[in-house]
Write a protein that binds this ligand. Structure first.
Ligand code: ARG
Length: 461
């Protein structure tokens, strides 16, 4: 039997393989809310402009509302023969209300319909992701306040560089996440134009009111070019690009959690809730959630590159290639959402091992720069010379197999006579971090100021 929706000129129905490659209902069924909202707005507009009778409008909207309830309750049966969510909904509407259902598709095509549905979905998802990012930021800020004075090694090249505070390190991610949210919201701004009413590609001869449907669906305005409207997938590409950058940040943080929770570092302990055991090694606590967050970027960037390849070289306007946008996008946005939730859980639950962090921060002569700075400040030695003298001090400590704090005043004087006992007070990691009060620096006082700023931004208080 030929297709009821478009099969007028067809003698037979599609081959089974045709049906299989063509159907998107397996994944686009999750657009049902957006699809029905779009249809209700469209029916309302058609009646307002006199294209549809008020009776038909009421029947259609009542029917669509029932279909929505059926899908929400799980009693709806999706049919692959009906290809996609748009035709599944319309076909069920026809079963319920009869011929009036056939009037709903006046002045509309699945091409503008799917662009509208998908934009609405991406918009909703951006809102969810932005809220999730804020929740992770708040968890980090709360931690940062507790750990404002906790000293850990700061690294460059993953070698001990200078001591920093754990709170400062956590707030670095709050900054990154703030930019991630900003990028998603930028994408939201640009996507918020309604394609509905662009019809198949050229617009429509019916006297429709695109401003009305745009407004009803919360769009800022209708799109200005019908060809662009039905063939634009920038909005999901841009969202995936922003999602990829966010996933990259989460992946870096996840990697740090993996390193920090190792026995060799022992900086943090992840909670039982976010670790797993080994089936053979009874002692194990594996940071699986962090490892998976570290890995999720693969599929998120994969979705971005996949869809860029799909769109590359596609002539205007709609081509069925574009149906390939949804599966990868859904998967990627789900993965980011799950990663954000997992990170929020881990941050809230982890225990910081302050002693281990401090001990590690003193290793590797991490306050050497403070000695050089002291020589500059107190003895007016040029920085380059101070750097050289400090290098000799480090070499001496290495030779004596002690830390910089273990050197006596005689040791210092053996390198340079001008040094006096005041040097001792800059050797501790506490003094080192406390001194770094330059704007954006790691000093505990700065951490508390920045945490307070973020807290009021995030909570609106
Ligand atoms: N399922 C299709 C998609 O996701 C809907 C649009 C189909 N349009 C068409 N002319 N076949 O892109």
């Amino acid at each position: 039997m030929s297709n009821k929706m478009w099969g007028g000129r067809f003698a037979t129905g599609p081959d089974a393989i045709m049906e299989e490659i063509n159907a998107s209902i397996g994944f686009d069924q999750r657009l049902f809310r957006q699809d029905i909202a779009g249809s209700i707005a469209h029916a309302t507009m058609l009646a307002e402009t006199g294209i549809l009778t008020q009776d038909d409008r009421q029947t259609i909207i009542a029917g669509l509302t029932e279909v929505l309830a059926e899908i929400e309750s799980g009693s709806f049966t999706f049919s692959r023969a009906l290809e996609d969510i748009h035709m599944n909904v319309e076909s069920r509407l026809r079963e319920k209300i009869g011929d009036a259902a056939g009037r709903l598709h006046t002045a509309r095509s699945r091409n503008d319909q799917v662009a509208t549905d998908f934009k609405l979905y991406v918009r909703d998802t951006i809102d969810t992701l932005v809220a999730q990012i804020a929740a992770l930021q708040l968890a980090l800020v709360t931690r940062a306040e507790d750990e404002a004075e906790t000293i850990m090694p700061g690294f460059t090249h993953l070698q001990n560089a200078q001591p920093v505070t754990f709170g400062h390190h956590l707030l670095a991610y709050v900054e990154m996440l703030g930019r991630d949210a900003g990028r998603l919201l930028d994408a939201r701004k640009r996507l918020n134009e309604s394609p509905l009413g662009s019809a198949a590609l050229a617009g429509t001869p019916y006297p429709i009111d695109r401003n009305l449907t745009a407004e009803k669906l919360g769009f800022d305005r209708p799109t200005a070019n019908s060809l662009d409207a039905v063939s634009d997938r920038d909005f999901i590409l841009e969202t995936l690009a922003a999602a990829s950058i966010c996933a990259m940040h989460l992946s870096r943080f996840a990697e740090e959690m993996v390193i920090w929770s190792s026995a060799q570092f022992g900086f943090i302990k992840l909670s039982d809730k976010f670790t797993t055991g080994s089936s053979i090694m009874p002692q194990k606590r594996n940071p699986d959630a962090a490892e998976l967050v570290r890995a999720k970027i693969g599929r998120i960037v994969g979705a971005l590159t996949s869809l860029l390849m799909v769109m590359k070289g596609l002539p205007l306007a709609y081509s069925k290639d574009m149906q390939e946008d949804k599966e990868v996008a859904f998967d990627a946005l789900d993965a980011l959402s799950l990663s954000l939730a997992a990170m929020t859980g881990m941050v809230g639950d982890l225990t910081a091992n302050r002693e281990a962090m401090r001990a590690s921060a003193t290793a590797g002569f991490s306050t050497a720069t403070d000695i050089a700075d002291w020589l500059v400040r107190e003895l007016d030695i040029p920085f380059r010379d101070a750097h050289h003298i400090t290098g000799q001090i480090v070499a001496l400590a290495e030779q004596k197999n002690c830390g910089l704090e273990g050197l006596t005043i005689e040791d210092f004087k053996s390198i340079d006579q001008r040094i006096d006992s005041r040097i001792h007070k800059v050797l501790t990691v506490e003094a080192s971090v406390a001194a770094r009060q330059s704007y954006g620096g790691t000093a505990p006082a700065n951490v508390l100021t920045q945490a307070a700023r973020w807290k009021s931004e995030l909570t609106g208080q």
